[in-house]
Design a protein around this ligand. Structure first.
Ligand code: TXA
Ligand code: MG
Length: 365
């Protein structure tokens, strides 16, 4: 349906006038990429199956991966889903914000939007441009992240441009996204509410409003053979830079020694390695190619930068990437889930690492 050159894509600063044009496109069943506080979304009228089909085509997204429906008021959910008292309490506490709730869907939502499931994911984004677009279009907007399937989610308009140029009519540029990681997805239809995807609203925050909150087992490891993903999106490869990425864990001083040894060995083998390091450790790497993950004291900063850095490493010609890691606590759980999936969960333990017995093929993907 959509091919690479169908559109002369406009990238406009998110002024009132641009938002009005974008709202008109949404009403006509077309696609618009727009900023949210998490990542850029690729939006269409959630209730129009033809419009939603355009999202799947432009992203090359597998048809079994359902979309999030965005709203600007809780009342707008009336034709979309059944809102339980527990869900309502979470909406009052965390909306607008990076929390997506899975609820029982109503019949008016087209099957294509939810990939045939009887649940629907809903969220109210905390970005003035997203909220203005929702208000002006007067429609619920289905929007996945505006990357091509398998690529890191876009946290700047330029990332959307790289992936979607020619495939969609308009990108609204609202600058860099402040959270930088996709929203927390919480299944409110499970017996115990279950985090399917960790994000900016942490399990610890949710526990202030719910007696129990589970976390899907596959958040910090790959799916096992025959394991069914709680969320279809977890089945698919995600977030990956083009260069193979390996996480390096262990005590700080050992991580620096191991990363230097790995880097030098790969460089001697004619590869172009990159290290992703916290700002506190950058000086340990001398003149090697290093990209900063921000401060180790501020895990949210790594969240905000991560997808941009993965794309930057690709652009700078990285052929193999080693990354320092965070403890998987609070927002660190979301960061390590994304980094882990980008690395296909490949990890080296620096505390028991010996370069002389190391096979470089294991980090070359
Ligand atoms: O922050 C975000 O959530 C961004 C912005 C644009 O709002 N959107 C986003 O959408 O990340 P997407 O499509 O890239 O990720 C949605 C995730 C996928 O893993 C999908 O499988 C899951 O939510 N999901 C959506 N509806 C679902 C459902 N009914 N049941 C289970 N999982 C669902
Ligand atoms: Mg996505």
């Amino acid at each position: 349906m959509t091919n690479d050159n169908e559109y002369n894509t406009l990238c406009l600063e998110d002024t009132g006038e641009a938002i009005a044009r974008a709202a008109e496109l949404i009403r006509r069943g077309r696609l618009v990429a727009f900023p949210t506080e998490t990542v850029y979304g690729l939006g269409a009228d959630a209730m129009n199956p033809e419009a939603v089909a355009r999202i799947f085509a432009a992203k090359e997204r597998p048809a079994d991966n359902p979309l999030i429906v965005h709203v600007d008021t809780i009342e707008a959910l009336r034709p979309i889903c059944h809102v339980t008292a527990e869900a309502r309490a979470l909406m009052d506490a965390f909306w607008p914000g990076p929390l997506t709730l899975l609820l029982k869907k109503k019949d008016g939502v087209p099957a294509i939007t939810t990939a045939g499931l009887d649940t629907v994911a809903v969220r109210m984004p905390a970005h003035p441009t997203a909220l203005a677009l929702l208000r002006e279009s007067g429609l619920p907007i289905a929007a996945p992240s505006a990357n091509r399937s398998g690529r890191p989610s876009p946290t700047r308009a330029s990332h959307v441009w790289e992936d979607m140029q020619g495939r969609i009519p308009m990108i609204l540029d609202g600058g860099p996204c402040s959270v930088g990681l996709e929203s927390t997805v919480l299944d409110m239809t499970a017996a115990v509410p279950l985090v399917l995807r960790p994000g900016g609203i942490t399990r610890e925050m949710l526990l202030g409003f719910l007696p129990e909150v589970g976390v899907a087992g596959s958040v910090l490891r790959p799916l096992e053979k025959d394991e069914i993903a709680a969320s279809p999106g977890m089945r698919h490869t995600h977030y990956a830079p083009r260069a193979p990425l390996t996480m390096v864990k262990g005590r700080n001083e050992n991580v620096a020694v191991a990363c230097c040894a790995l880097y030098d060995t790969l460089a001697a083998a004619g590869k172009r390695p990159f290290i992703l390091a916290f700002s506190q450790h950058i000086s340990s790497y001398g003149a090697r190619h290093v990209l900063s993950l921000g401060s180790r004291e501020n895990p949210g900063e790594m969240g905000e930068r991560l997808f941009h850095i993965l794309r930057a490493a690709d652009e700078m010609g990285a052929e193999v990437i080693f990354s320092e890691v965070l403890p998987p606590e609070g927002i660190g759980l979301a960061v390590m889930n994304r980094l882990g999936r980008a690395a296909a969960f490949r990890t080296i333990d620096a505390d028991s690492f010996f370069i002389d017995v190391f096979d470089i093929n294991t980090v070359l993907g």
